[in-house]
Design a protein around this ligand. Structure first.
Ligand SMILES: C[S@@+](CC[C@H](N)C(=O)[O-])C[C@H]1O[C@@H](n2cnc3c(N)ncnc32)[C@H](O)[C@@H]1O
Ligand SMILES: [Zn+2]
Length: 282
């Protein structure tokens, strides 16, 4: 199985699988939940100000993805997964790349992008609802309930590919776990994402470009941008889809504002994402 590290503060030992649990050499242990994921959260994670997405947001994104709205995005990301990110020693021994997905959500992207290598994929999320859905969808992979903003539960220099699709970006930890030749693939909402809906509910629908800020933050921790592309797509959405699109993306959009949209039967909406690839600087 995917090699994980103990999350007890200052422990950092590798976990070994025995019977139904994971054990570290110091004696800490973690059970596998009935839902098929590993719960590596620590007491301090429960006090987190941002304990992962709400069940409502997770279910809205789940319905959205079930309708196939991420298909084009998945196709846009796929070529980047061909980038050879294996360390030289692994090339010789044909070792596969291990992928860590930070804020994997309800698990649509994992099997769509890495379906042929379940033992080399691990998805991390802090929402129990999300990780349960993910583990049910693709039980062969490794799913972890953990706070990706604190410490990533894997050894230094052990991951060939970190993925963060509208997820978490703990830059210092990403730099720690990536192999020297590894890649980090990031997606963030583009400036025009859902602009037609935001214009209606927020009156002016301000545009905000986030990707340059991501580039700066990654750079500060030694991760350099090697590729960027903007993915844009237009879709016709019905009223249920409009409500899901807002609920999964903009926590700030209150119910009362969503009601403003109830009068809209269907509308054409822009979906946009900035996609980036980073590598550790030499
Ligand atoms: C916008 S969703 C994206 C999910 C998935 N990558 C996708 O594109 O469908 C962001 C995800 O990050 C998770 N999340 C938020 N804070 C987190 C944290 N501190 N650690 C791990 N996951 C977190 C949320 O629960 C949510 O599932
Ligand atoms: Zn331990």
């Amino acid at each position: 199985m995917f090699s994980l590290r103990c999350t007890v503060r200052n422990c950092d030992q590798l976990l070994e699988r025995r019977d139904a649990g994971l054990f570290c050499a110091t004696g800490h242990h973690f059970d596998r939940s009935k839902g098929g994921y590993w719960n590596l959260t620590q007491p301090q994670d429960k006090k987190s100000l941002d304990p992962g997405d709400s069940d409502e947001a997770v279910m809205a994104r789940h319905r959205w993805l079930e309708r196939g709205h991420a298909k084009g995005l998945i196709d846009a990301i796929r070529p980047w997964l061909e980038i050879d990110a294996r360390p030289d020693r692994a090339k010789e021994s044909c070792v596969n790349l291990r992928t860590l997905d930070l804020g994997c959500g309800e698990g649509t992207f994992g099997p769509a992008l890495f379906g042929d290598a379940p033992s080399d994929y691990c998805g991390i999320d802090l929402s129990r609802r999300a990780i349960k859905l993910a583990a049910r969808r693709w039980p062969e992979a490794t799913w972890v309930l953990a706070n990706a903003d604190r410490v990533l539960p894997v050894a230094d220099d052990s991951i060939g590919r970190v993925v963060s699709l509208f997820g978490r970006r703990p830059t210092r930890e990403i730099a720690r776990v990536l192999t020297s030749n590894g890649v980090c693939v990031v997606a963030v909402p583009g400036e025009e994402d859902l602009i037609e809906l935001r214009e209606r509910v927020q009156n002016q629908g301000y545009r905000r470009s986030r990707w340059q800020q991501v580039v700066e933050a990654m750079k500060a921790d030694g991760l350099e941008l090697v590729a960027h592309r903007l993915w844009v797509h237009q879709v016709e959405l019905d009223v249920d889809e409009i409500s899901d699109a807002l609920a999964m993306t903009y926590r700030a959009v209150r119910k009362s504002q969503q009601l403003l949209l109830a009068s809209v039967d269907s509308t054409t909406v822009t979906l946009a994402a900035d996609l980036m690839v980073f590598r550790p600087t030499e």
